[in-house]
Ligand binder design. Structure first.
Ligand code: ARG
Length: 590
């Protein structure tokens, strides 16, 4: 299905042509078209242009107007203020544009990006043998939405879940398991009973605590545990097999959380820190040989002119410790080589907590110095802020512990189910449970995605599941209400009638539906799902005011009923598609 040119783009084209014919040097200049309250659009570009050409802006604007022929698309153009143009479109152009979008149910006429490339996105990266917390939630939710957005524009997206599955802490765990071999056995035991994520995590947690206790209290165990780290790094088969048990057990847990989050995470895309082991030595050798890294007190370090500690001394990135061990930085540098040279990425995105910004700044700078990142490949940390409690402090339990992500999601689902139960009298218990999960998880995702990622936000479940205001529940209800109208229309099918005059509220809704394509393009190029969220909220609000002002099933004529049903349906499809790009479901009934 061919993509549909947006009304903005077509008006823009006409304006640019008129500008260029009025003033030859204006060729290629952006007329700066914006939606406006006074007319459908306002163009502000003439002011700056006139200033540059030393022309009178109002006169130039008048000349431009004279070169625009009103017709099928543009109904009226007038000069306003110091040299703005107010542009009004014909009702017919609006309806026809929407009809063309309606004819393309898959993409609603949204074009693919001009030059898609390959993006590797690093997101949803929890740590083995540890609980997931709200920070992991943010990375997963934001990352998933950016994946959906990019894929929708035709980008080739490679997902990488860089889980924390390597490091000295595994020495302690493996040694403990070796000495207590049944600790990871499953109670459920029988072959056909799947182990629940909950059970897997509680096994790991118990084991972790016991190992820690022993490690802190028993010097001999500590020594044995340290030897294990060496065995692990040397690739001793028995030690590796034990390590694998921890990874597998953790994956059972991770997958259960991602499933609860209604999010697809595929096993082959999980390439954790351990996945780059074979590259670490070479990464260090390349950095040392090229002089990018130097030995300093035995450690291999990269220094930066602009990165200094509070004492004024340079803070280096340590690529290899003096004992020969490799850390987080060596792994990330190796991952860059893999992503650039093997996966052939043009863009690297890291959806990681803003508190790791210094790390990424140093890693990217090092990779640039080494020539692994250059003008053809850009690396970007999509840094996100902290999740705060209602008190505005980092989110903790009353006991001061980090909140378990699973508990939080369960609570959101409970609250949402209560809301669904209260509103819907004709739903079965099973339906309430299903909708409750879709509404609850949607609420959590939307609260995260509707503020720009770099900002902190308050985790406030009352607000998140509220039916009023900027929440996913409000959007989901708008969608479900439209479906209910479409069902009630039984027999009458939505159909566009471009010959009909439109009400102000219909025009505003229609123009906004048309702006979907541009919003998606912007949100995708800027990795900014919150722009799409803001668009959808406004779409639902415009729909509400259309619905208040324009009777649908009781409209005056049959054609008008069909046309309004058509407006309802295209709005619903846009809501559905937009929410899907945020990873949020739109139930047909609520
Ligand atoms: N596992 C890390 C954490 O929990 C996040 C990993 C981020 N990705 C990366 N390539 N360093 O904080």
């Amino acid at each position: 299905m061919a993509s549909v040119q947006s009304l903005t783009a077509s008006v823009n084209q006409r304006l640019a042509d008129a500008l260029a014919s009025a003033l030859p040097e204006a060729d290629g200049v952006d007329p700066l078209l914006r939606r406006s309250d006074r007319a459908d659009f306002q163009a502000n570009g003439i002011l700056a242009l006139a200033k540059k050409a030393k022309a009178n802006p109002r006169e130039l604007a008048t000349q431009v107007v004279a070169r625009i022929t009103a017709g099928d698309v543009i109904k009226d153009v007038e000069v306003s203020g110091p040299g703005f143009l107010n542009i009004t479109l014909t009702d017919k152009a609006i309806t026809e544009n929407l009809a063309a979008r309606y004819a393309d149910p898959q993409r609603l006429g949204v074009p693919y990006a001009d030059a898609p490339g390959t993006t590797v996105i690093d997101y949803a990266q929890p740590n083995v043998a540890k609980e997931m917390h709200v920070g992991h939630l943010r990375s997963a939710v934001i990352g998933d939405s950016v994946v959906q957005l990019l894929e929708f524009t035709g980008e080739n997206v490679v997902r990488r879940h860089h889980i924390g599955d390597w490091g000295t802490q595994f020495g302690m765990l493996i040694q403990y398991l070796d000495e207590h071999p049944h600790e990871l056995d499953h109670k459920a035991g029988t072959e056909d009973t799947a182990v629940s994520g909950e059970e897997a995590m509680s096994n790991l947690d118990r084991l972790y605590k016991a190992a820690r206790r022993l490690f802190d209290s028993d010097e001999e165990f500590k020594t044995r545990a340290r030897r294990r780290v060496v065995d692990l790094q040397a690739g001793d088969p028995h030690t590796l097999a034990m390590w694998q048990k921890f990874v597998d057990e953790s994956k059972i847990y991770f997958f259960s959380v991602f499933e609860k989050l209604d999010m697809e995470v595929r096993d082959p895309d999980i390439v954790g820190e351990s996945g780059y082991n074979d590259m670490l030595a070479e990464t260090c050798r390349l950095l040392e040989e090229s002089g990018v890294a130097v030995r300093s007190e035995g450690a291999l370090c990269v220094f930066f002119d602009d990165i200094k500690g509070p004492d004024g001394n340079p803070v280096p990135l340590i690529v290899q410790k003096s004992d020969g061990g490799y850390g987080y930085a060596a792994t990330d540098l190796s991952a860059i080589r893999d992503r650039v040279f093997n996966l052939k990425a043009n863009s690297l995105i890291y959806v990681v907590d803003a508190r790791q910004s210094l790390h990424f700044k140093m890693v990217f700078e090092t990779a640039r110095k080494a020539g692994w990142l250059n003008g053809d490949v850009k690396a970007y940390q999509l840094a996100f802020g902290t999740v705060l409690g209602k008190d505005g402090k980092p989110f903790k339990t009353r006991e001061g512990e980090t909140v378990r992500l699973v508990d939080l999601l369960d609570e959101a689902i409970d609250r949402a189910s209560a809301v669904v139960r209260e509103k819907a009298l004709d739903l079965s218990e099973e339906e309430i449970a299903e909708r409750g999960a879709q509404v609850g998880i949607g609420a959590v995702k939307y609260a995260d995605l509707s503020t720009s990622a770099n900002r902190d936000y308050k985790f406030d479940l009352d607000q998140m599941v509220s039916l009023n205001g900027d929440t996913s529940v409000y959007l989901q209800y708008a969608y479900a209400r439209i479906q209910s109208i479409l069902r009630k229309a039984d027999g009458t099918r939505p159909q566009a009638h471009p010959e009909l005059d439109l009400h102000e509220a219909e025009r505003a809704l229609g123009l906004h539906v048309d702006a979907f394509a541009e919003t998606v393009a912007e949100a995708a190029t800027e990795y900014a799902p919150h722009k799409l969220a803001a668009y959808l909220y406004q779409l639902a609000s415009l729909y509400t005011s259309f619905y208040d002002k324009c009777p649908v099933l009781k409209a005056e004529t049959g054609e008008q009923i069909e046309n309004r049903l058509f407006l309802c349906d295209i709005t619903a499809r846009t809501l559905h598609q937009g929410m899907a790009l945020l990873g949020i479901r739109t139930p047909e009934r609520l």
